[in-house]
Design a protein. Sequence first.
Length: 218
Amino acid sequence: MTTTEKILAKADDIFNLLKGGLIDEIRAKATSTINSLNSWRNNLTVSFSANHFYWGAEPNVTFPSILKADNTETNRGGAYDPSTGIFTAPSDGSYMFAATVFVSTVTGKNADGSDPDFAKQVKWHEDMQININRYDANKTPKGDGTGADKIGEMWIGEDGGLIDGDKRKKWYRKSASATAIHYLKKGEKVCLEFLIWNNAEVGDKVMMSYNFSGTKLH
């Protein structure tokens, strides 16, 4: 027997001598109160935080595409799908989303012993745009931003810096973050979309990590 059924059964015992519509009124009020409490509790349990980390010879993402943060740290309410990278609002309300992206490359000496072309290193990161996008409930995100409502935006580009460690290796590192608060209707979707990447020249090693999180405010 559920908690609601136990409360209603107790109400029947107490008021079984009453006549008319009073008992029905009491039952309706009890049910309404319990439903309100359950709704409030459910709203507090909609939150997620997930990340992705990659280190290798080539970037493991293409563009345009959805950035799938597949390492889920918490997913209360199950509204975030780590296999698709898409959050689906379980109910109407105000939601807050945050995302951070970090990219780093390292390049060694050229085969002839000369230094690498740092201009190409920087060019690899120019026009790197990642959006926090919202989609209507009847639309499916494709990764290219078509039909999306942009609610957050990040750029990693030419304002980044070069770090010279020793004579054998050169590093390029850059990060960006975005935060968005938006009212969503039940079924609407939010995801990170990787829209522009001028993939001209890649270093010997590439590290890319990103975090995507969200919670329902009320």
